[in-house]
Design a protein around this ligand. Structure first.
Ligand SMILES: [Zn+2]
Length: 514
């Protein structure tokens, strides 16, 4: 039995799987969103193991090399962070720091060499097999202890709760509804003041197409996940019972928010009205609406997968072998989102609701003004939302943002024209979940106007005065559904909050004293 256990060196596959599962649990993503990364990691580990086994004519040596490669990938990222830390220190501090890193690596290397020198290849396989199973056990039990795996398994088994197909009281009076969320799109006065960018031509083009533009629109919250949870629950966070466990930190934030977002009363209401519901995901899983009839995922690399690539140094390898890959994937996601919205706009037998969440003009900037590809730098987290979290100068950030926004504007007008031509009665809402982050930083009150002033424009054929000039997302669905269906949903005060778990209300958001 002991010998058999050592015959098959499976440890590279178990190490790779444990690493991905641990990352997925930490990121709070839906289990299905980690499947592809798991397959790639295990498949990659198996490929290296087989290739090295053939090359060395010894599967135990081959597997040991594969596990060493995996360890080196993770260590490389640790070393990269170490060097980044060192580069920000005073010279004498960085010398001590680098000496400590070198000494640690040297000691590890010696320890590994001594262990290997005194062990047969088969003994090494047995040891690493045991070690990999212990690590997998730790990952799984930690997940259970933090009550992550229980819900994760039930989510996988149950999937989403099926929307109840309602009866359409009056199909002719039920317009298709398309809500396009442009992540981080600032209000026109912010674009003027901070970006030195005149957005009035675009807004006038929208008005010419029958849009109402809310020129004092704000977000109720400064972060995507909070705006979405509140909007789809049609009430403020403090009034959502399920959210209280997140706010009191009883459940991990990311998983908790994702679960709250995915019990959306607004979608249930639309389903009862007979709507078939669609969502185009942004590529950030924990802020993804999945509780709809059709999730239209482009299948391009997600933010979770991007962070795995970074964490294993694969982004550096890709920057040499396929420098356009990561930015190109994000660009494809945005372009595919437009195409999905346009394709569904022709309508069907049942009225349709579509929520398209585009992570743009939010970073990464992957479009030049004319729509051609702009390759994002791999030196920073390309998904960084706040300039002050990066080393990018204000002028450069502003230029990237406005170039991308210029292209988006033209693509949006094209989308609006395509949808309106195919489906003249369609309701179209263009909005953002929060403003920009040029000067605003995390939860500070300074520059909160920049962060909370947003785009909001809506085309509501057959109905006027549906929305308000100072519209906020919490009232999007109540005002829309009350107008078209006399739904009598309660309207909430347009309150604005800073912070994430600990919310602080801004009593006078229009006061720009900074
Ligand atoms: Zn956002």
């Amino acid at each position: 039995m002991r010998t058999r256990f050592a015959e098959i060196p499976f440890h590279p596959l178990v190490f790779a799987a444990a690493y991905v599962v641990n990352s997925a649990v930490a990121a709070g993503i839906h289990p299905s969103a980690g499947g592809r990364a798991l397959l790639v990691a295990v498949g990659g580990a198996a490929t290296i193991t087989i290739a090295m086994s053939l090359a060395t004519r010894n599967r135990h040596v081959g597997a040991a090399i594969a596990t060493s490669v995996l360890a080196a990938m993770v260590l490389a990222q640790a070393a990269r962070i170490g060097f980044q830390v060192a580069s920000r220190m005073a010279p004498w501090q960085s010398i001590i720091w680098l000496a400590l890193i070198a000494a640690t690596l040297f000691l590890c290397f010696r320890l590994v060499r001594r262990t290997i020198a005194g062990t047969s290849p088969r003994g090494l396989s047995r040891g690493l097999n045991v070690l990999s199973l212990i690590l997998a056990g730790v990952v799984v039990s930690t997940a259970f202890l933090s009550s992550e795996a229980g819900p994760a398994i039930s989510e996988l088994v149950e999937g989403r709760s099926p929307a109840r197909a309602g009866v359409v009281a009056n199909p002719e009076a039920s317009p298709d509804i398309i809500v396009v969320l442009l992540d981080g799109y600032p209000r026109a006065d912010t674009l003027e003041r901070i970006f030195d960018y005149d957005n009035t031509p675009f807004l006038d083009d929208l008005r010419d197409r029958g849009f109402f533009v809310a020129d004092r629109a704000r977000s109720n919250y400064t972060w995507t996940q909070l705006t979405l949870a509140s909007m789809f629950h049609m009430r403020h966070l403090e009034d959502i019972p399920e959210y209280q466990a997140v706010a009191s930190r009883e459940v991990p934030e990311r998983r908790g928010v994702r679960e709250v977002l995915n019990t959306p009363p607004a979608i249930e209401h639309l389903s009862r009205l007979g709507y078939e519901t669609y969502a185009v995901p942004p590529g950030i899983d924990w802020v993804t609406l999945r509780s709809v009839d059709h999730v239209m995922d482009s299948g391009t690399v997600s933010e979770f997968e991007y962070h795995l690539l970074r964490a294993t140094g694969m982004d550096v390898v890709l920057s040499v072998l396929a420098p356009d890959f990561i930015g190109g994937q994000h660009r494809d996601r945005i372009l595919t989102a437009f195409e999905s919205i346009e394709a569904a706009a022709a309508g069907g037998p049942r009225p349709r609701f579509m929520f398209g969440h585009l992570l743009s003009p939010h970073m990464p900037a992957v479009f030049h003004r004319d729509g051609s590809f702009r390759r994002p730098s791999l030196s920073d987290n390309i998904f960084a939302d706040l300039r002050l979290d990066t080393d990018i100068a204000s002028d450069d950030w502003v230029a990237m943002y406005t170039d991308q926004l210029t292209y988006l504007n033209s693509r949006l007008l094209q989308m609006v024209d395509t949808v309106a031509a195919a489906n003249p009665d369609a309701v179209i809402v263009l909005m953002s979940d929060h403003g920009s982050g040029v000067d605003w930083y995390w939860s500070t009150a300074a520059h909160s106007d920049e962060r909370t002033a947003t785009l909001f424009a809506a085309r509501t054929p057959g109905e006027s005065n549906v929305f308000q000039p100072d519209q906020t997302p919490v009232n999007l669905f109540p005002m829309l559904l009350n107008s078209y269906f006399a739904s009598e949903l309660p309207i909430h005060p347009d309150r604005v909050f800073l912070g994430s778990l600990d919310l602080v209300e801004i009593t006078n958001p229009d006061d720009r004293a900074e």
